[in-house]
Design a protein around this ligand. Structure first.
Ligand code: GKR
Ligand code: MG
Length: 434
């Protein structure tokens, strides 16, 4: 079996005005759907980052993927990543990968690897998680991923979506948002994207969530480096009880050194809340350093930027060996990504935290998989009893996504510019802000 064709589908999907320390989500998120067609007439699919740069990087790999044997992933990876090294500003890496050659190469390879694994699964009649070594679990749990947000459901004009959650800019509104999301999806763990309101209000939000949902729902907060070391320690102290158990404090401040200091100071006060990261740790080379400094106790994996499903499995093993925990990060995405995340989480035994997902923020109108939205039951997605990723493309929906992409001016994510356009003309991302 050889790959004879690669089709790239840049699409745009409505995205609500979610806030984070990066700024504001634009009314549309950009994604790219990849199709690899084999000489046997099978098609493997994947979903990855959208916009000009990711599409150009995939285009540049066309010569290496056409004619390739989808089973020979090691060679493909060598071809795409050799010579690339990590550089650039880590606090931005997963938003704007363009400046970091290894990040971009890992992402390009990941998109191709996932489509190859879907193809292999279809060729041998097995689900992807069983192709990559077999599953440790049949279903994967996800967390309620809460955002402070402005009013609006995302999209514009004919593509404007219903505002399911309304404006959420206070602790009370966040409790309402959480209740609504949990009622709909059955999530059993909760993550709040912080770094938006002042830290006292965010502490109050976490306390309100604890009061409403009780200790059975582990809580996490992730301000994406918006706090200084001192503020991170203060929040860690204030939320000592709330973030204990299976909770964690994610990227409270920038850099491994900053995180290490927060950890030292919290431990000195007897506070063992683990620190998690998808900003200070974004590649394998960061992991030993994070361990040595005791800066990070839980790494957030992500098949889209850690170099595919098998690299996430390697990361799972590495974290296990080093005595570190493993969770999973997400960005705005549709069902193809959700299934790739589900398959790899099922086949990564050490991944014990409920994975992040932005899925509740997208709608059926934008979904590109046949049958519409991927179902959740009790906050979990089951591995479908079907070969490959277990989802097929709805070509009418895909065409709508492509048309939407053509209509809009956005070609890369820029939350800071969006914030200036809609909320505050002088807004800048300042680290630390508090
Ligand atoms: O969607 O605004 C967002 C998030 O802040 C996202 O960009 C981050 O990648 O969810 C992410 C995180 O955990 O840092
Ligand atoms: Mg994070």
């Amino acid at each position: 079996m050889r790959i004879k064709e690669m089709k790239l589908h840049p699409i745009a999907i409505a995205d609500p005005p979610l806030r984070s320390s990066y700024g504001l989500h634009a009314p549309f998120a950009l994604r790219t759907i990849v199709e690899l067609v084999s000489t046997d007439g099978l098609t493997g699919i994947s979903e990855t980052y959208g916009g000009d740069n990711p599409v150009a990087a995939l285009e540049a790999a066309r010569g290496q993927i056409i004619g390739a044997d989808p089973f020979q992933l090691t060679r493909l990876s060598q071809g795409l990543t050799s010579g690339a090294s990590h550089s650039g500003d880590r606090t931005q890496t997963y938003l704007v990968p363009g400046e970091n050659p290894l990040d971009q190469a890992s992402r390009t390879f990941a998109a191709l690897e996932i489509a190859c694994l879907d193809l292999i699964g279809k060729a041998v009649g097995k689900p992807v998680c069983d192709v990559i070594g077999g599953r440790a679990r049949d279903e994967v749990t996800f967390s309620a991923y809460l955002f402070y947000k402005h009013g609006g459901g995302g999209g514009v004009g004919d593509d404007a979506r219903e505002d399911e959650y309304g404006e959420v800019l206070s602790p009370q509104a966040t409790v309402r948002e959480t209740r609504q999301m949990i009622d709909q999806y059955g999530f059993r763990e909760i993550k709040l994207k912080g770094g938006v309101l002042d830290p006292e209000t965010e502490v109050e939000t976490i306390r309100a969530l604890r009061q409403e949902f009780g200790t059975a729902y582990p809580l996490r907060i992730d301000p994406n480096c918006a706090w200084s070391v001192d503020t991170s320690v203060e929040v860690g102290r204030a939320l000592k009880g709330e973030l204990s158990g299976c909770g964690y404090l994610e990227d409270p401040c920038a850099t491994l050194e900053g995180m290490a200091e927060v950890r030292r100071r919290l431990l000195a006060e007897g506070i063992e809340t683990p620190l998690a990261s998808n900003v200070a740790v974004t590649c394998f080379a960061d992991v030993p350093e994070a361990k040595k400094l005791d800066a990070v106790q839980i790494v957030l994996s992500d098949p889209h930027y850690w170099g595919g499903l098998r690299q996430v499995q390697s990361l799972s093993h590495l974290c296990d060996v080093l005595g570190m925990g493993l969770s999973m990060h997400s960005n705005s995405h549709l069902g193809v990504s959700l299934m790739a995340m589900t398959h790899v989480a099922a086949a990564s035994p050490h991944l014990t935290y409920a994975c992040d997902t932005h899925y509740p923020w997208q709608t059926a109108q934008d979904e590109v998989v046949v049958g519409g939205r991927v179902p959740f039951s009790n906050g979990a997605v089951r591995i479908p009893d079907r070969p490959g990723l277990g989802v097929d493309l709805d070509y009418d929906q895909l065409a709508r996504g492509r048309e939407r992409y053509q209509k809009i001016p956005y070609r890369k994510r820029d939350d800071e510019a969006e914030m200036r356009r809609h909320v505050d003309p002088n807004w800048k991302r300042i680290l630390p802000r508090w």
